[in-house]
Design a binder for this molecule. Sequence first.
Ligand SMILES: [Zn+2]
Ligand SMILES: [Zn+2]
Ligand SMILES: [Zn+2]
Length: 218
Amino acid sequence: MDWKRLKNIQRHRNNIEHYYSNLSKQAARRLISDSFIIIRDFISDHLNKDPMKLLGDEAWAVLIKISEVYEKEKKECLAAIKTLKYFSDAILDAIEDYSCTKCGTDLIMPQKKNMDAIEANFECRECGKVLLYEDIIKPAISNYYSHAVYFSHTDGDDLPITDCPKCDGIYLYNEGVCSSCGYEAEHRCQRCSSTIMPDELSTEPFCEYCAYVMSKDD
Ligand SMILES: [Zn+2]
Ligand SMILES: [Zn+2]
Ligand SMILES: [Zn+2]
């Protein structure tokens, strides 16, 4: 099963069932498109049946049409997003997943192509809300790394993200760069040569221990 698609659908299902939803038309299209893909794959992969026959020609045609409209728009957005230059590929991946905070649509497109992402304005294709890089980068990164952060707490994996020592942005530890300001921190302690871990990056270029010892020497 494609759990990522399913999760997005579940998030909005309750609201719709209670006749209340703030989803835009495009976002609703995406829900139908996602549902369609899950149903189609489930019927063919797990029931070993032909989805078109099982659902009937009429329903099939409607689902295909809505799905195609959404997928085409999404493709155009992704192509435009890919022309920008990012501090790291992980940031590109995170922005590809980002949804508009106003209407929930994930059809976000930069207003100009082929430039530094940090200088770009992004526009929601549904509600027209214009977002700066600094508006979207923190929620986009938090969302993108939410699973990895969860597993770092439950399984003791190293934290993939931490506070940037130079700005209030999110620092991508494995990529070695801040997603907001592009700062590349020192990961090796200048005094004892040990690795500076994500949770002690605020004392870089020294590890927490050395920073403590040095502060006592003063
Ligand atoms: Zn929007
Ligand atoms: Zn920073
Ligand atoms: Zn040290």
